[in-house]
Ligand binder design. Structure first.
Ligand code: DX5
Ligand code: ZN
Length: 220
């Protein structure tokens, strides 16, 4: 079995002390860094863009997993790709030409990902699963960290795992939103590969230790 991945989410870090955060995640068992790009339009919140990602890129060799919460992501893909992203996931609800946009991500040499909000039907998104490297299940409504995990996400995860098996696909699956020490093992046992974690790993202030505890919970 391949290793399960903890992906700390930058949005929950203390931006007044990013150097400390980067040092902690670089020396932890985190393999991915999750980067939430928000446009204040597709989601009500604003975060950061290519400039911040490229500055952080210089400080880390982690796999950069960029989550675009942006209307019409196509217009920003080139700059995000050049900022040092390794994978770019776009929202089903935010993009009119999904297949073309996913291909465009790959044309920049990046892994392509698709993500979707809790109200979107898996059946509608699944037709794109053949042209992605990654499926990111939103287990909260996109836009803010610190929200409670939506329990219906468990059945949604089962559907995605089943679809992957039945269609012999090999995309990775992440769960994003409200992942915590109480639900992470269940999600892992159901077939999720990657666990995006924001508030749960920052709550106690011991980022390094918390990531390693989460990693050991899903890699036994
Ligand atoms: C929410 C973001 C998440 C967020 C997760 O819109 O996509 O990546 O950082 O934070 P938590 O783990 O606190 O739900
Ligand atoms: Zn995210």
């Amino acid at each position: 079995m391949s290793e399960k991945i903890i992906a700390p989410s930058l949005i929950s870090a203390n931006f007044n002390n990013l150097e400390d955060f980067m040092n902690q995640i670089n020396s932890s068992k985190a393999a991915w860094l999750h980067l939430d790009v928000m446009d204040g339009h597709f989601v009500p919140n604003l975060s950061f863009g290519a400039k911040v990602i490229s500055n952080i890129r210089a400080k880390s060799d982690l796999f950069f997993d960029v989550h675009m919460m942006v209307k019409n992501p196509s217009r920003l893909l080139e700059q995000i790709a050049n900022s040092g992203a390794d994978q770019i996931s776009i929202h089903y609800e935010a993009c009119d030409h999904l297949r073309t946009t996913l291909q465009k991500i790959r044309s920049y040499g990046k892994k392509s990902g698709i993500t979707f909000n809790p109200t979107t039907k898996i059946e509608d998104v699944a037709e794109y699963f053949d042209c992605v490297d990654h499926v990111q299940l939103m287990s909260v409504q996109a836009g803010f960290d610190g929200q409670e995990f939506l329990t219906e996400s468990i059945d949604r995860l089962k559907k995605i795992v089943k679809y992957r098996e039945e269609n012999n696909l090999n995309f990775t699956i992440s769960v994003d939103g409200g992942v915590n020490p109480n639900n992470i093992q269940l999600l892992a046992s159901l077939g999720a590969d990657v666990f995006v974690m924001g508030s749960a790993i920052f709550r106690k202030g011991q980022v390094f230790q918390t990531i390693d505890i989460m990693h050991s919970l899903v890699n036994k």
